[in-house]
Write a protein that binds this ligand. Structure first.
Ligand SMILES: Cc1ncc(COP(=O)(O)O)c(C=O)c1O
Length: 346
């Protein structure tokens, strides 16, 4: 039996590397939630929600913010606010909006999603944007919006590349939206401010429930007119929440305590990547994520082996994603390092 086996609780992994959405609210966050001043936010009377929306809008240099239950709904409301039926959105082929939001904009809004080629580095070139624009012709949808994402699959896309793509879209008459689910991982890695990263965009969606550690919530920021339309869509989508200050308080706690802490996740991801490379494994590392290529036919064995160390891994082979987050501290990482080393070096 390995040294970590005794630390595994019944049904609870000691180190769960599947996603940073698995973070659970800490005691301080729970206390803040319990003490939150609340009102009916659909009536616009929840002071804590207003504070959170204002705090994020200010931090990202925008006029207004709207709190949503999820990042999916925030992105969807943004697309619906920017586009009408028969309009088209240009979106990177590997972005969450394109791959993992059930084509909600098409289903609910009659909006076409046009995929743009995107390297592993997440970059979309200006030429790619320009070539995807549809001419004024009744055969085509009306290209209306460009969507970018940062971080993209964990990769922090450089500011200059974001600006170049956004300017190409804007130059072609498009509005520009950023899926910034992990925008603070991006600013941490790039060493820039959230305002710098958000600058070229009309709207930005930020998730509080990933590495920042809140249990729920995303905020869409942008100018007041677009956000007014997004708020109306939120109501129609069933996302108007009443005493949501309880959730917003968690978001404020996450902003205050979670952003500065993300660098620890990035450092632990780097340590994990380095130790995996030392075993000869094929890995990529970006911000809080490590991408490990699993030997052919070996995934089941690897999962079982890691479970013995109290480590849960997931994702689709051959390249699986290992995500570091607030609930994995040095002890958990040590278990993962020991488990992978034993598996790969026998
Ligand atoms: C890049 C990105 N955008 C949006 C979302 C959607 O967020 P939610 O799960 O809150 O709907 C996710 C979720 O993992 C994501 O990774």
């Amino acid at each position: 039996m390995n040294a970590y086996a005794s630390m595994i609780g019944a049904g609870t992994a000691f180190c769960d590397l599947r996603s940073d959405t698995l973070t659970t609210p800490c005691a301080g966050m729970r206390a803040t939630m319990a003490a939150a001043e609340v009102g009916d936010d659909v009536y616009g009377e929840d002071p804590t929600v207003a504070r959170l929306e204002g705090a994020l809008a200010e931090r990202l240099g925008k006029e207004a913010g709207v709190l949503f239950p999820t990042g999916t709904q925030s992105n969807l409301a943004a697309l619906l606010a920017h586009c009408g039926r028969g309009d088209e959105v240009l979106v990177g082929e590997r972005q969450h909006i394109r791959t993992s939001e059930a084509a909600g904009a098409s289903v609910l809004g009659g909006i076409a999603l046009w995929p743009l080629a995107q390297g592993v580095d997440g970059v979309i070139t200006a030429q790619t944007v320009r070539e995807a624009m549809k001419p004024e012709d009744t055969h085509y949808p009306v290209t209306r919006l460009l969507c970018l994402e940062n971080t993209l699959g964990g990769v922090a896309v450089p500011l200059e590349a974001m600006r170049t793509a956004a300017e190409a879209g804007r130059g072609a008459g498009l509005a520009v939206h950023l899926d910034g689910a992990r925008v603070f991982n991006a600013t941490t890695a790039l060493g820039c401010s959230a305002g710098d990263l958000a600058g070229p965009f009309d709207t930005v969606s930020v998730c509080l429930s990933k590495g920042l550690g809140a249990p729920v919530g995303s905020v869409l920021v942008g100018d007041a007119a677009v956000l007014g339309r997004a708020r109306r869509w939120r109501k129609m989508l069933g996302g108007g929440m009443r005493q949501a200050g309880v959730i917003a308080a968690a978001g404020l706690h996450a902003l205050e305590h979670g952003v500065g802490r993300l660098a620890e996740d990035h450092a632990r991801a780097e340590r994990l990547a380095t130790s995996l490379r030392e075993t000869g494994a094929t890995v990529r590392h970006a911000t809080n994520m490590v991408f490990l290529t699993v030997p052919e036919g070996g995934y089941g064995a690897l999962r079982g082996h890691m479970a013995g160390y109290g480590v849960t891994i997931g994702g689709e082979a051959p390249e699986i994603r290992l995500v570091l987050h607030r609930n994995i501290e040095d002890e958990g990482l040590d278990a993962a390092v020991a488990g992978f080393r034993a598996f790969f070096t026998g």
